[in-house]
Design a protein. Structure first.
Length: 690
């Protein structure tokens, strides 16, 4: 049960003043459905309103003046502005409205009376103007105009000032809570109490107060990170309390490894050893295997599946798309079947007798390995003895989907895989409840992809070279950042680009994007993978998992609009065979400093982990690495880039709290329970990997 002291914060936003049926959906869009969500919505910038006189105004600044209304000039035509001439004893100031003509202006600004006005002042020749003042108040209410005004996010129909009022009302409902942070830690960091930190958060006096590095913001960030790390540590402990199937390392994996045309990298050997240690421990494995494009994750998973088959247990490998599932099937089926292990592919396309036969093979154990899509966790899929579940690109599955697959084996181990390298500093936030293996080496034989940045005015040259390469038998990707043309956003449109290239290439051009039906998209991708399409125009749907060894050219249009890690993922679609490959980064000049650095880094290195670290440095806050699409937690107050060093501290504190007080029954433990409720970071409510 949620503690009663938090009830005011978990009331619906409709309980805030002025939030009726029309305004409620607007506030929910900006903040969320609860008063707590508005409380955690912070200001984005700060307006300094300087009291002054008309003869001393600074052009372009927001200033506050006390003026006497001299005259109203009504517009003769609708498109003309309404002007109000005022005087403050030093000079004239003209107030201007381009819209909103009406008697309300004569009522708000009666001729001969004094008013305090505040807004941006501009000089137009000899005239001093203030267009659409932010405030118009009687002089006795001048104190209501703040000298420093925090500016909050807004949306159509909901002004930033109204959001500020709601945030301050939410702040007034925030209770004093028993301290949950360690006293020595608080003293060392110079942290104020939780309630005082919120006061400072919503009432900044300087730009420094808005910074994620400010002490009060760091305090609030640490609270959120601690709540999250506690939940991750609790879930990790709960998983370890469940017995896991004991799977010893068998001889079959050794025979498969010996038959491979290359030797395992040191990283693969290390990762396989870590996986085997888990599978032999008697506890259920929950491990993430993440590494660069082409680092050999599937081979490690296959050798673990061979161990399971040696122990007379079954394995399931689930991928988010049929194309990716088929690629995995083609990788693992031949080596395993050479050792007498039957491998089946189960997708949504399997119907009738074919599907029934596969289901029976899983049920009676004659099929020891199943590779597939969402079809694997359907209710009618039953395994005789599922010992290992492997989930590729695990963030693309929902929590319940992942759990439904693992639940098909009472003591099944979980190996999650991701081709998006995460900086070590962020591993704890994304995978804190999992053990992590990193594949930071690439198998020998992978040809480095030659990467060039080319300004878009030279696109014609690129098209001509591409045309010749296709004639010579090459296959190529052409990536665009949008699907259809937009009047408001000047980004390359995939449909338009495909149409243009079809006219000039003299060869078939395919098109795939996320808005296409899955079957249609799969069909085009299959054509490309089989070599029947020389050129594929696509959006970022091809970012992960598509394996076309014959593809040697990648053109990324408006590359400056993509994140560094995403560009690296896209580049990883080529260079997968023995032939030399190239990536062309087409950009619209001039480049910003950040965009220039991004493209320079990509040209100089193909180390995914280094690129991820650099991406984090360049992006700073916001959505580092595009992680909202990679299972990254949706923090409200913590900024994973700015608060990196707090993540490890929160993880250490969480482990210490649970080691001393596993049931959270001590006085500090009770305070920590309130913290977890405050942020909803509880083990049952987390987005997990299994």
């Amino acid at each position: 049960m949620r503690p009663e002291i938090l009830f005011p914060l978990f009331a619906p936003i409709s309980t805030l003043k002025g939030v009726g049926p029309k305004v409620e959906p607007l506030v929910e869009r900006v903040a969320g459905p609860l008063v707590r969500d508005v409380l955690f919505l912070g200001p984005q910038s700060l307006i300094h309103r300087t009291p002054t006189t008309a003869d001393r105004v600074v052009d372009g600044q927001v200033q506050t003046l006390i003026v006497e209304v001299v005259q109203h000039t009504r517009p003769m035509r609708r498109e003309q502005p309404w002007k109000v001439k005022t005087f403050d004893g030093t000079a004239f100031l003209t107030l201007i409205w381009f819209k909103g003509h009406g008697d309300h202006l004569t009522r708000a600004l009666p001729v001969g009376e004094k008013r305090v006005v505040s807004g941006k002042v501009e000089r137009r020749g000899s005239e001093i103007q203030m267009a659409h003042p932010d405030y118009i108040l009687p002089v006795e209410r001048a104190a209501e105009i703040p000298e420093e005004e925090a500016v909050y996010p807004a949306t159509a129909g909901l002004a930033a000032r109204n959001v500020r009022k709601l945030a301050l009302e939410a702040l007034s409902r925030a209770p004093e809570l028993v301290e949950w942070q360690d006293p020595a830690w608080r003293k060392r960091e110079g942290f104020v109490g939780w309630r005082e930190a919120l006061e400072l958060y919503h009432n900044p006096r300087t730009e420094a107060d808005l910074s994620p590095a400010s002490p009060h913001r760091r305090r609030l960030a640490f609270d959120e990170l601690l709540a999250h790390q506690l939940a991750l540590a609790q879930r990790k402990a709960a998983r370890r309390s469940h017995p896991g199937a004991i799977v010893p390392a068998g001889e079959m994996a050794g025979r498969i490894e010996a038959a491979l045309p290359w030797k395992l990298t040191g990283a693969q050997i290390r990762a396989l050893s870590e996986v085997r240690g888990d599978m032999q421990s008697g506890e259920r494995m929950s491990r993430l295997l993440h590494g660069d494009v082409g680092a050999g994750k599937t081979i490690v998973a296959m050798l673990a599946m061979a161990d399971a088959a040696d122990a007379r247990m079954q394995s399931a490998l689930m991928a988010p798309t049929e194309i990716l599932a088929r690629q995995h099937f083609e990788t693992v089926a031949a080596p395993l079947e050479a050792q007498g292990v039957r491998v089946i592919l189960l997708t949504g396309r399997d119907k009738g007798g074919v599907r029934a036969e596969k289901l029976m093979a899983l049920m009676d154990g004659t099929a020891q390995v199943a590779v597939g899509t969402h079809a694997l966790f359907q209710d009618d899929v039953k395994f005789r003895d599922l010992g290992l579940t492997v989930i590729d690109e695990q963030h693309r599955f929902g929590v319940n989907e992942r759990k439904r697959l693992q639940a098909k084996g009472e003591s099944a181990h979980l190996l999650a895989m991701s081709a998006t390298p995460i900086p070590r500093t962020l591993e704890l936030t994304v995978f804190g409840d999992l053990d992590v293996s990193r594949l930071d080496e690439k198998p020998p034989g992978r040809t480095p992809v030659a990467t060039r940045a080319v300004p878009s005015p030279r696109m014609g040259e690129i098209v001509e070279r591409l045309k010749q390469a296709v004639k010579d038998g090459a296959q190529a990707f052409w990536i665009c950042p949008m699907v259809t043309e937009s009047e408001t956003v000047d980004l390359a449109a995939a449909e338009k680009r495909a149409e243009t290239l079809r006219k000039v290439m003299g060869a078939p051009v395919g098109l795939v994007h996320g808005q296409m039906p899955a079957a249609e998209k799969d069909a085009v991708m299959a054509e490309f993978a089989e070599g029947r399409l020389p050129l594929l125009v696509a959006t970022t749907v091809v970012e992960v998992g598509v394996n076309v060894p014959n593809a040697t050219i990648m053109v990324i249009e408006q590359a400056e609009r993509f994140g560094l890690a995403q560009l690296h993922q896209l580049r990883g679609r080529v260079g997968r065979g023995r032939r030399e490959s190239a990536c062309v980064l087409l950009y619209d000049p001039p480049l910003s400093d950040t965009a220039q650095q991004r493209l320079d880094i990509l040209r100089k290195t193909d180390d995914g982990f280094l690129i991820a670290e650099k991406d984090l440095e360049l992006r700073g806050g916001g959505d580092p690495l595009g992680l909202k699409q990679s299972g990254f937690p949706a923090y409200r107050l913590a900024d994973p880039a700015a608060h990196r060093e707090l993540i490890a501290a929160a993880a250490d504190d969480a482990r210490l709290i649970l080691a001393r007080d596993p049931d959270l029954s001590s006085p500090r433990g009770q305070a920590v329970r309130v913290l977890q409720e405050l942020f909803d970071w509880k083990p049952a409510g987390l987005t997990d990997a299994g």
